[in-house]
Design a protein around this ligand. Structure first.
Ligand SMILES: [Zn+2]
Length: 264
């Protein structure tokens, strides 16, 4: 399986990167990603995954484009208001890179459909905007053994972590206590600056690309905390909990937790 002439030109500026290779590009092309949410994180994440050449990308979102989305969701443009986000994202990503397959899933990820949506994909990129969905995605990926990139963004802050189930800490290992509904303000209540979503979502794409290709070192057992206000990124070490209900051994005693490290 070799790269076509148009692929060699399309990806030429990443093919010349020292750490990259034609083999890495081919691994990307034979890989698949499922992006949960086509919003502030999903738009940049899916854009860079499609542009880089991930061969098959699913986009799961049941919302429609609203005027109040546009400041942070750059796949959705003013004429797209009212369109389904999954469908609109698929159209725009198809314009960006017709070499890859984009599959829209205009559905809400729930317990009833999570396994069916996520099974068989090579990496899941969780760009959802609720804790309930985030824990569900984490737990489903742990059960299926599917690598995952988790993230969250609010106001001027965000975080990213990469997860290889049963090899590195999962989201529930790092954050064992699921916040009660309403305990943490939502995007609607606390807002988000679009550029911060761009940074965090782009970082998710980078982590997914690393997981798919083996290039670089994924953010395993680390949480990257991004404080946009102070421009101070901070890597927080975390590790698997043997008693984690999602990825651990139910008979084991508690270990692990979160410890603050020197800034990366
Ligand atoms: Zn875990």
């Amino acid at each position: 399986m070799t790269l076509s002439d148009s692929e060699l030109v399309r990806y030429s500026r990443q093919l010349v990167i020292g750490e990259w290779s034609a083999a890495a590009q081919e691994r990307l092309r034979s890989g698949s990603a499922m992006v949960i949410g086509a919003g502030a994180l999903g738009c940049p994440a899916a854009t860079y995954l499609a542009a880089a050449g991930v061969g098959r990308i699913g986009v799961v979102d049941d919302d429609e484009v609203e005027l109040s989305n546009l400041h942070r969701q750059p796949l959705h443009l003013t004429p797209d208001i009212g369109a389904r986000k999954a469908d609109n994202a698929a159209v725009k990503l198809g314009f960006l890179n017709p070499e890859v397959v984009i599959e829209p899933f205009p559905a809400r990820l729930e317990a009833a459909n999570a396994e069916a949506l996520l099974a068989g994909t090579d990496v899941v990129v969780d760009c959802s905007d609720s804790f309930a969905t985030r824990y569900l995605v984490n737990d489903t990926c742990c059960a299926l053994g599917v690598p995952l990139v988790e993230a969250g963004v609010l106001g001027l802050s965000g975080l990213v972590m990469a997860i290889r189930p049963r090899e590195s800490a999962c989201y529930r290992c790092a954050f064992p206590v699921e916040p009660e509904p309403g305990a943490v303000p939502s995007c609607r209540e606390a807002g988000v600056l679009g550029a911060v979503g761009g940074i965090v979502g782009s970082f998710q794409a980078l982590e997914a690309i690393k997981l798919l290709t083996g290039v670089g070192e994924p953010l395993l057992d680390r949480i990257l905390q991004i404080e946009g206000a102070s421009a101070a990124p901070m890597a927080i070490a975390t590790r698997r909990r043997e008693d984690c209900p999602a990825c651990g051994d139910p008979a084991a005693t508690p270990v692990g937790g979160v410890a603050v490290e020197e800034p990366a």
